[in-house]
Design a protein around this ligand. Structure first.
Ligand code: GMT
Length: 376
């Protein structure tokens, strides 16, 4: 098939899922066309059957806001006509879904261009629910030829918030278990923990919804009983406040702010525990990547996280903001090697059995076939 993919190319779960999906589809023989404003961060454009089409947004003094959505729609239509796209697959509803609808109408005289919208989370729970975007988000989702959501929870939320009558197919996040795997030796950890301390890791876009400050508070609590250090991978608006809090709590010597990382699959396996104290998480891709690497997640009981982590078996789920409870779980894992080993093994098994690419990519392929053939 000729598949067009649009996503946010910067750091964020939806862009990562879209990029990895495109790479996997190309490996399976599909021609995959990324239509984005920048090369997606984990995309290697030299990969066979991967094509990258940049969306250029020209500015003009009249525009206070350059009309990205229009430039995107125009580019989607051009690529669809030039390369004979069978389907457009957009990740994150706003504004990609409405751009796809415009592109579909632009090429309607020449070809049928069905589009699939994959909902990732904040496009429904936060941004889409904002009154200024609500109507257009609902409209563009309902006009989609296919809709997928990355968890049962997100599907339920979409129905509850937007009363979408269309079928929403749940296709969960996935991980490449060959690329993401445990490193039992953890030799590279010495670079981050020269004193042999155990490592905690947090990965995110440092948005308020991630509760990044909680990671610092948890580390401060954990260090009262176990010498540990914290790797903070990513960047965003909460980084400055987190750095400030680390100094205030006198743990700044034990927190390493690494910024945006291109190869998290090399970094994650060095840690023992992943902290994911989010306010909301429709699935929690970072926790899945950690589990594939034998790193045990200590997370919050929100959204779709319970569809991935079985509390007490392959990770822990605690209440949002309950620092004491999350820190106690981390301390237990860092002080009991047998417990850590058992849970890490269960997590790796869960990731491989239920969420590896081999299980999930065929679900997207089947859905493309259904949508292209006219069904939903
Ligand atoms: O978490 C973010 O802020 C990024 C966001 C995105 O759309 O890029 O992530 C969402 O999509 C991920 C991939 O499908 C999910 O694993 C995350 O749980 C989800 N984030 C939220 O729901 C907050």
């Amino acid at each position: 098939m000729n598949v067009g993919i649009t996503c946010y190319p910067t750091y964020g779960g939806s862009g990562i899922v879209a990029t990895e999906l495109g790479m996997e589809l190309a490996a399976r023989g599909h021609e995959v066309h990324f239509i984005t404003y920048a090369n997606p961060i984990r995309l290697d454009p030299d990969t066979p059957r991967i094509h990258y089409h940049e969306v250029e947004v020209s500015n003009y003094p009249l525009f206070q806001y350059p009309p990205y959505c229009l430039a995107l729609a125009g580019r989607m239509a051009e690529v669809a006509e030039s390369y004979g796209l069978d389907v457009l697959h957009v990740h994150y509803a706003i504004p990609h879904s409405i751009a796809a609808l415009l592109a579909q109408q632009m090429v309607a005289g020449a070809r049928r261009l069905p589009y699939i919208t994959t909902l990732h989370g904040t496009d429904i729970t936060l941004v889409g629910a904002d009154p200024s975007y609500f109507g257009i988000t609902k409209f563009s989702i309902e006009k989609s030829d296919g809709i997928t959501a990355i968890s049962d929870n997100l599907r339920e939320q979409t129905v509850e918030i937007f009363a979408v009558p269309n079928e929403i197919r749940v296709i969960k996040n996935f991980v490449n278990c060959e690329l993401y795997h445990p490193d039992n030796e953890k030799k590279g950890a010495a670079a981050y923990a020269p004193g042999g301390e155990k490592l905690l890791i947090h990965l995110s876009n440092f948005r308020p919804v991630k509760r990044v400050l909680d990671c610092i508070r948890i580390l401060a609590e954990v260090r009262k009983s176990v010498p540990a250090r914290l790797l903070m991978a990513g960047d965003g608006p909460e980084r400055g406040p987190a750095e400030h809090l680390a100094r205030t709590l006198k743990v700044d010597q034990h927190v390493l702010f690494l910024g945006k990382q291109n190869h998290v699959e090399r970094l994650i396996p060095l840690a023992h525990v992943l902290l994911m104290p989010s306010e909301m998480e429709s699935f929690g891709l970072a926790a899945l990547e950690a589990m594939a690497c034998g790193v045990v997640p200590v997370a919050t009981r929100v959204g779709g996280v319970g569809e991935l982590i079985t509390d007490g078996e392959d990770g822990y789920l605690e209440a949002v903001g309950d620092i004491a409870a999350q820190a106690a779980r981390v301390v237990a894992l860092l002080s009991d090697d047998a417990l850590h080993w058992r849970m890490a093994k269960a997590g790796r098994w869960n990731a491989g059995e239920r969420f590896c690419t081999d299980r999930v990519i065929p679900q997207y392929e089947r859905y493309y076939t259904d949508v292209v053939n006219g069904g939903r």
